[in-house]
Design a protein around this ligand. Structure first.
Ligand SMILES: NC(=O)c1ccc[n+]([C@@H]2O[C@H](COP(=O)([O-])OP(=O)(O)OC[C@H]3O[C@@H](n4cnc5c(N)ncnc54)[C@H](OP(=O)(O)O)[C@@H]3O)[C@@H](O)[C@H]2O)c1
Length: 296
């Protein structure tokens, strides 16, 4: 039995889709968990077992994980740093107690040394897996999704200016759907291992290169203004962002500048046997969505 947590989320939905369609896993071999089972009634109708589970409650999680052999632990929201590591450790302990053989976890690139302020949540979860009695685990260090651009680009295009502290650092963006495909591949493979992979797209881009692609696709000017990390923080504070959030977002740029988010598609190809989707083609295809502020 394969179990997927966070199955109501963007990544979780895509993983289930790949399990069912790409890897032909029968619906009755899949268990999904959520804090709100009503959200997953469409999956229940297909024959997937839907179970209630909250990462804040280890005993409850242990019951929810019963009967699962391979489990995909999708990281919870980064907007609760500190809280998240407790939730993930609860999930690792619950998996041990429930007799799960193998846990697959969605981490981030260079988790143990990244400048991203929530990296310790991922590094701590990786350590919990390494220290656990589980017979196997796979860490998927997921690089930044293409879809993250929906949060930054519309606003930058509206003013024509993007402030960046990423300098000439590069990001190997990858489609969220490709991350989902790789997770489904590992989960359904049955492979016993204790391994770490980094999932990155086929090409890496500086902020200036991304701005050029966006400008060409949308026909709108986008000028990148390079500032120091503290300057970026102060700018966000001036725009009314709470300090914790401003420092978190600025830490993404600090991480990019020091190369934490660069990468190659080698691991993605090893796990899926496929080429990752093209970032440049995605930017072109999403030009209108990138031009208007929208919830994604
Ligand atoms: N690499 C990247 O660029 C990138 C970008 C964004 C996010 N991420 C990470 O990847 C994860 C998945 O992304 P996503 O886009 O699918 O996020 P999402 O749509 O926000 O989904 C997050 C899922 O986490 C579950 N969850 C949250 N708190 C929980 C708790 N206390 N107990 C049990 N389940 C809980 C939610 O399930 P229910 O509400 O159904 O319980 C939800 O399905 C994120 O949470 C984040 O850690 C990575």
């Amino acid at each position: 039995m394969y179990l997927v947590t966070g199955a109501s989320g963007h990544l979780g939905q895509a993983v289930i889709n790949h399990l069912l369609t790409t890897y032909k896993v029968p619906a009755n071999k899949i268990i999904v968990t959520t804090r709100d089972v009503a959200k997953l009634s469409a999956l229940a109708a297909k024959g997937v077992q839907v179970r209630d589970a909250n990462f804040d409650d280890e005993a409850h999680l242990t019951k929810a994980f019963a009967g699962a052999t391979r489990l995909l632990l999708i990281s919870t929201s980064s907007m609760e740093p500190g809280q998240r590591i407790k939730q993930h450790v609860n999930a690792v302990r619950a998996a041990e107690k429930a007799g799960v053989a193998h846990v697959v976890y969605t981490s981030m690139p260079n988790a143990t040394k990244s400048a991203v302020l929530f990296a310790p949540d991922h590094a701590g979860t990786e350590k919990a897996l390494a220290d656990s009695k589980l017979t196997g685990w796979t860490v998927l260090r997921n690089n930044w999704y293409f879809e993250n651009l929906f949060f930054s680009i519309p606003q930058a295009l509206a003013s024509g200016t993007q402030y960046s502290a990423a300098a000439q650092g590069k990001t190997a963006y990858i489609a969220r759907d490709d991350e989902a495909r790789a997770a489904a591949a590992v989960l359904s493979s049955g492979k016993a291992e204790k391994a770490i992979y980094t999932l990155s797209g086929g090409q890496q881009y500086t902020v200036d290169e991304v701005a050029k692609l966006v400008s060409a696709a949308t026909g709108k000017p986008l000028n990148v203004v390079h500032v120091p990390v503290e300057g970026l923080v102060q700018g966000m504070l001036g725009a009314g962002l709470p300090e914790g959030m401003a420092r978190m977002f600025a830490s993404f740029d600090a991480a990019t500048a020091q190369g934490d988010l660069s990468g190659t598609p080698a691991d993605y190809k090893t796990l899926t046997g496929a080429e990752p989707q093209s970032f440049a083609a995605w930017v072109k295809a999403n030009a209108s969505a990138l031009s208007i502020p929208a919830a994604h």
